[in-house]
Design a binder for this molecule. Structure first.
Ligand code: NAD
Ligand code: GLY
Length: 358
């Protein structure tokens, strides 16, 4: 088992990574020290892993609630259902909410914990690659609104992240690839050596090789933990983690949540950000080519059919990163060298969209 730490003073917490952690009562004895627990999962994940988790949590009082599966259910009304269960079972302030599932379950369970009685503890047990490398770490919780992705939410750090790498064996190939998009992101923003390692290990990763996956989870969490430790509430450097996301969120909301997986939209969005960086004279053509090639080899989309630049721009304008009416974007000066800016040429943005839409 690998253990990392997110250093946030009194809100610091461990990230545990390893096979079969879900089935290890000791892990939960040490890291989930609560008597009353609400497990939040969904109808896909629960049949696979709920009973093992319940067993590991014995003899605590454990109640489970199962949400419908899918990004389209990541809404305030689903979170209200979690609150109903907490209230109906008379959970007090000293309870903990445990999220068992991917990023959708984790974001909603975390938000439900953030607002129940003004904040109760929560623990992330991520079961998708995307959640293990990204969404379970860092304390961003929330839901979508028809007007925009993740527009309603709160920062609420977990007590622990327990990433059982064995759960990835039941993940579909498409969901695994969506998680790899966020992994590519870490290489692009700050680690060109990791990016090159990914290029050399595409086949092992796509085949679900446990050692290769464990390595990418560890490296991704190291990078995310360091960035969150420096800038918990995204006043600066944390915004780098949004590379490709302003484009990606626009794709997701313009297509009504669900048609595109989050990771797929981020992959296409990162390619657009790279294209825009090249159009702006910041990124060499060779680097753009490497980024497009790795994305395509991971079987992730580099084109977005069916959307126009006008529609995507309209959705980009309601992104959380808009400041003083200006869309702030993460661009690249090279592989491993991302930066945030609101100073760019609108023509370069439009040309990047035109190159990858329609
Ligand atoms: P997801 O939660 O929808 O999970 C993907 C699918 O896999 C679902 O159908 C789920 O039921 C299923 N699944 C989960 N674990 C499984 C397993 N072990 N075996 C078989 N099936 C399994 O999607 P996701 O990609 O995990 O997360 C995407 C969400 O995360 C988006 O809503 C995105 O906005 C959010 N996100 C949040 C942050 C953050 O910092 N909070 C960061 C990145 C993404
Ligand atoms: N996924 C972006 C962040 O956690 O900041």
């Amino acid at each position: 088992m690998d253990t990392l730490n997110v250093d946030l003073d009194s809100r610091s917490y461990p990230i545990l990574i390893g096979p079969d952690l879900l089935r290890d009562p000791d892990v939960f004895r040490r890291h989930v020290d609560f008597r009353d627990i609400l497990i939040v999962s969904n109808t896909t994940v629960a049949p696979l892993y709920l009973s093992a988790l319940e067993e590991s949590l014995r003899p605590r009082r454990v109640v489970a609630t199962l949400l419908p599966d899918g990004e389209s259910h990541k809404t305030l009304s689903t979170v209200a259902r979690i609150e109903d269960v907490l209230i109906a079972n008379r959970f007090a302030r000293d309870c903990a909410v445990v999220a068992l599932g991917g990023g959708v379950v984790g974001d909603m369970a975390g938000f439900a914990a953030a607002i129940y009685q003004r904040g109760v503890a929560f623990v992330q047990v991520p079961t998708t690659l995307l959640a293990q490398v990204d969404s379970a770490v860092g304390g961003k919780t929330g839901v979508n609104h028809p007007g925009g992705k993740n527009l309603i939410g709160a920062f609420h750090q977990p007590e622990a992240v327990i990433a059982d790498t064995r759960t990835l064996a039941t993940l579909s190939a498409r969901e695994l690839r969506a998680g790899l998009a966020e992994v590519i992101k870490y290489g692009l923003i700050c680690d060109s050596v990791f990016f090159a390692w990914l290029e050399a290990n595409v086949e092992a990763l796509l085949a679900g090789d446990q050692a290769a996956l464990a390595r990418v989870i560890r490296r991704s969490c190291e990078i995310k933990a360091a960035i969150v430790g420096q800038d918990e509430r995204e006043h600066g450097e944390r915004a780098l983690l949004n590379l490709g996301h302003t484009f990606g969120h626009a794709i997701e909301s313009a297509t009504g949540y669900g048609q595109w997986l989050h990771g797929e939209a981020v992959a296409a969005g990162m390619v657009m950000a790279a294209r825009m960086s090249q159009e702006s004279g910041l990124l060499g053509a060779e680097d753009l080519e490497r980024i497009m090639r790795l994305t395509a080899r991971m079987d992730l989309p580099v084109r977005v059919p069916g959307l126009t630049p006008e529609v995507v721009l309209e959705h980009m304008r309601i992104d959380k990163k808009v400041q003083a009416g200006r869309i702030r974007l993460v661009l690249l000066r090279g592989i491993g060298a991302a930066f945030v800016t609101a100073e760019y040429d609108e023509g370069c943005l439009r040309r990047a969209l035109e190159s990858h839409l329609g």
